[in-house]
Design a protein around this ligand. Structure first.
Ligand SMILES: NC(=O)c1ccc[n+]([C@@H]2O[C@H](COP(=O)([O-])OP(=O)(O)OC[C@H]3O[C@@H](n4cnc5c(N)ncnc54)[C@H](OP(=O)(O)O)[C@@H]3O)[C@@H](O)[C@H]2O)c1
Length: 326
């Protein structure tokens, strides 16, 4: 690649997984990298590897949940490189859990990292991107096509990212800035560690495999054949830097069926509710989790014994929503 084709690329979440793989791939194509993530040691390891192969990489360790991070990062890129050609909003956290069990602070953090930080980074970097007729790449998720309650809050951040990507592309088109969305299916990275770590489980969202295990898409990590190889995902995403396009599906063999199923259920939402609720009820029966209840006021008599419906094994989440709706 000649020197004039070398672009300055800012990539978030570059210490591990997809971000690190895309950074290595881009460096191999002659692009210069600004790498962001919290773990400075891992970031430095990726940068060292790139430099040892003759590439250029600057480490900008920061926490994207910190409201001051985007300004620090954009200022550092401007100081270090003097320009920015490509912003890849890749950092993201998935906190698989059912909404009723989730930690409110973790929910806020998830929104800040997955949605707020990309918006603010792009806004602050916009003058440089307009000057360079640059590219914004947002890493979304195929999950937005088929809402899954065990990743509901995560999916909401990705749906927001997807909407904003289309809006931004239409706003900036006449200025020569290209805006791309990657609709990503499952890729084997640290992302899935969160699924395994939760409650010390060995394969699923809610812990060790129960007796009489039946695969449940609301609880278990996707089967291996659905996982895209990391190298292939990185190569296709890196390709957007040289040939941007509005929407990239990675991998097509997973994303296309998900899109079709999503379109079908979009026309028949009652059918989708029945199918998904059935899976949730099964999870609840196999491994009931804590369901949020109002704290008891001082002096309140002890809770009554379970109702006949609860004793029959009806879903605690369903029970909770029934009593809430009264
Ligand atoms: N893997 C999948 O199956 C899959 C599917 C669909 C979409 N995606 C999306 O693809 C993107 C990359 O995911 P991945 O699979 O590579 O995940 P990963 O292996 O967990 O890596 C996430 C990256 O984000 C960084 N990060 C997390 N919180 C951060 C924070 N507060 N500030 C700065 N950096 C932070 C992490 O670095 P530090 O921990 O060092 O900060 C890490 O480098 C994410 O947006 C994810 O939502 C992944």
């Amino acid at each position: 690649m000649n020197a004039t084709a070398s672009k300055v690329v800012l990539i978030t979440g570059a210490s591990a997984g997809l971000g690190a793989a895309v950074a290595r791939e881009l460096a191999g194509r002659g692009h210069r990298l600004a790498l962001v993530a919290r773990r400075a040691d891992l970031l430095e390891r990726v940068a060292e590897e790139i430099r040892s192969r003759g590439g250029t990489a600057a480490c900008l360790p920061d926490d994207l949940a910190d409201p001051g991070a985007p300004a620090r990062i954009v200022e550092a890129v401007s100081r270090h490189f003097g320009t920015l050609d490509v912003l890849i909003n890749n950092a993201g956290i998935g906190l698989p859990d059912f909404f009723g069990r989730s930690d409110p602070d973790a929910l806020r953090r998830q929104v800040e990292v997955n949605l707020t930080a990309p918006l603010v980074l792009a806004r602050l970097a916009l003058p440089m991107l307009i000057e360079s007729k640059g590219i914004v790449v947002n890493i979304g998720s195929g999950i937005v096509r088929l809402p899954n309650p065990s990743l509901g809050a995560y999916g909401a951040t990705k749906a927001g990212l997807s909407y904003w990507t289309d809006a931004l592309r239409r706003e900036l088109r006449h200025l020569g800035v290209r805006v791309c969305l990657v609709e990503l299916g499952p890729v084997e990275t640290e992302f899935f560690d969160a699924v395994g770590r939760l409650e010390g489980g060995d394969r699923g969202l809610l812990g060790p495999t129960p007796a009489g295990f039946v695969y449940n898409a609301m609880r278990d990590r996707p089967p291996g054949l659905m996982m895209a190889p990391l190298s292939e995902a990185a190569r296709r995403i890196a390709g957007l830097v040289d040939a941007p396009r509005p929407l990239l599906a990675v991998s097509r063999r997973v994303i296309w069926p998900v899109r079709l199923a999503g379109a079908f259920f979009g026309l028949l939402p009652v059918l989708a509710d029945l199918a998904v609720s059935g899976m949730i009820r099964r999870v609840d029966r196999e491994r009931p989790g804590p369901v949020p209840r109002r704290p008891e006021a001082p002096g309140t008599p002890p809770s009554p014994s379970p109702s006949p419906a609860e004793e029959e094994g009806a879903s605690p989440q369903v029970m909770a929503s029934r009593s809430d709706s009264r």
